[in-house]
Design a protein around this ligand. Structure first.
Ligand code: C2O
Ligand code: CU
Length: 496
């Protein structure tokens, strides 16, 4: 019985998934046997409560080795990791507590730590050149701040991100609600992909021109919590709380929980009125998190397949839930999940909001011909050839993360952004330091106007968001396809 289960939910999930299309041949499909902790409890259990106060997590980034390929005898992979494994430890605290993360840089290059989605003071945001100096090799930096919001967030470096994240530097932050909802099991799944060879080596072609100009670096190996995932043992009638984090450089996932009636309870950490997603399909792009309640159907012995069909030509089975034979966990199905208590977010005032337009342009097969770069107007060819930039926001390609602010926002004022994607590519756009409501897509209101910190724009889509600019400082707004950000797709807004 794997000991890991009783220690942490993070590694509950195990073994072989598949890389889209390019699944290594002959993968040994391993099977995860749940420990008694998962099964013994026929009563719904709350998350174990932590004592209130301050949480401290030392986080050392350094080279490490990992068994990413599950195939028997497959070589290990050289990775970069927090605390020796990828993903790094789950950083867990309770809403209202103070979190302290002590970063130590054991890499041979600079790094920083960004806590994605947390509403924290600007100086703790981890953006090099904008909110702090990069942490040098051998250096340290202490991040410390209060946690106003419950939910699922994540941490990752914010410098040389295309390489540092791809090599394994990321981890989950869970901020528990004061009154957690009742579930049988709480699964935290950091989903990632890797571009890896049969020799186990991560491809060194970071910022490859094709990736920068097209859809970003899509890997050929999909992992959950740093390992291939094949089968998860469940019990009929069991209620799972599944917390999904997309830590991939560029890959969007669309998990099709066929016949499982998933209910979404939160996006990007923030509760929504529980809803059944269209087609039982949950789409989440790089940077985004989704929380799902899954009630395992009472059909003992059945195998429930979850397919990822975002890239339809490369659809594959993401995971199989194997329902244990024998009696169901409970005689009667549970009542539908109730909404989590909302986080204390400032409500934007739609009437008084100032309106900003943001147009995304560039990339392969786009119509962009010229752009402004470091204050100079130039043709796209020159911009690409000389500076490796190919994307713009309102006509400007970012040279660094310390750009001149595109907008100055009045502190406490409501803003409404109309973001238009005039490219043929997907862009998950992420705003630092705030959460925003997603109001509409292509003019059509989005039900419930969910809160988010990262919103996915498909080709030719227009999305409207609204938020209160209540957090002073200079904040990034960028595409979370890391290669797109590298290629110029980012800007700064200043809340004064
Ligand atoms: Cu997940 Cu600018 O970051
Ligand atoms: Cu993008």
């Amino acid at each position: 019985m794997p000991k890991a289960e009783t220690m942490t939910n993070q590694f509950l999930a195990n073994r072989p998934v598949v890389g889209a299309g390019k699944q290594p041949a002959g993968v040994t499909r391993r099977h995860f046997v749940a420990g008694t902790a998962g099964f013994a409890a026929a009563v719904l259990m709350p998350v174990p409560a932590l004592a209130a106060g301050q949480r401290t997590y030392p986080l050392a980034a350094a080279p490490a080795r990992a068994k990413l390929l599950a195939k028997a005898g497959a070589p290990e992979t050289d990775i970069w990791a927090y605390g020796g494994r990828a993903p790094g430890p789950v950083v867990r605290a309770r809403q209202g507590e103070r979190l302290r993360i002590e970063l130590a840089n054991g890499l041979a290059q600079q790094t920083t730590l960004h806590c994605h989605g947390l509403r924290l003071p600007n100086a703790m945001d981890g953006v090099p050149g904008l909110t702090q100096a990069p942490v040098e090799p051998g250096g340290r930096f202490v991040y410390e701040f209060d946690l106003p919001d419950a939910g699922v967030f994540w941490y990752h470096p914010h410098i040389f991100a295309t390489e540092q994240l791809e090599r394994g530097l990321s981890g989950v932050i869970v901020v528990d609600e004061a009154e957690p909802i009742l579930v049988d099991r709480d699964l935290i799944w950091l989903v990632d992909d890797w571009r890896i060879g049969d020799d186990g080596a991560i491809g060194g072609d970071f910022n490859h021109p094709h990736d920068v100009t097209h859809g970003g670096r899509i890997g050929n190996l999909v992992t959950v919590n740093g390992a291939e995932l094949d089968t998860v043992d469940v019990r009929a009638g069991e209620r799972l709380r599944l917390r999904l984090v997309n830590a991939a450089n560029a890959r969007v996932f669309a998990l099709h929980f066929e016949g499982m009636a998933p209910r979404v309870i939160a996006h990007d950490g923030h509760p929504v009125e529980p809803y059944a997603p269209d087609g039982e399909r949950i789409v989440f792009a790089p940077g985004q998190r989704v929380e799902v309640i899954l009630d395992i159907p009472a059909r003992p012995g059945e195998r429930l397949q979850v397919r990822d069909d975002y890239y339809q030509r490369f659809a594959y089975t993401f995971v199989t839930f194997a329902v244990a034979p024998g009696a169901a966990l409970r005689a009667r199905p549970l009542a539908a999940p109730v909404a989590l208590k909302p986080n204390p977010l400032p409500e934007p005032d739609a009437q008084a909001a100032a309106i900003h337009d943001i147009v995304i342009e560039g990339g392969a097969m786009g119509g962009l011909t010229e752009a402004v770069y470091k204050g100079e107007r130039m043709g796209l060819r020159q911009l690409w050839r000389e500076y490796g930039k190919v994307w713009t926001l309102n006509g400007v390609a970012a040279a660094s993360m310390a750009e001149k602010p595109m907008f100055r926002l009045e502190r406490g004022r409501s803003y409404r952004w109309r973001i238009r994607n005039q490219t043929v590519w997907d862009h998950p756009m992420h705003l630092h330091g705030h959460a925003f409501r997603v109001l509409s897509r292509n003019g059509k209101p989005v039900a419930g106007r969910p809160w988010a910190d990262t919103v996915l724009l498909h080709a030719d889509e227009t999305v409207e968001i609204a938020f209160v600019a209540d957090n002073p400082g200079k904040w990034l707004f960028h595409c979370h396809v890391l290669e797109h950000h590298h290629g110029g797709m980012g800007t700064v807004v200043e809340v004064g």
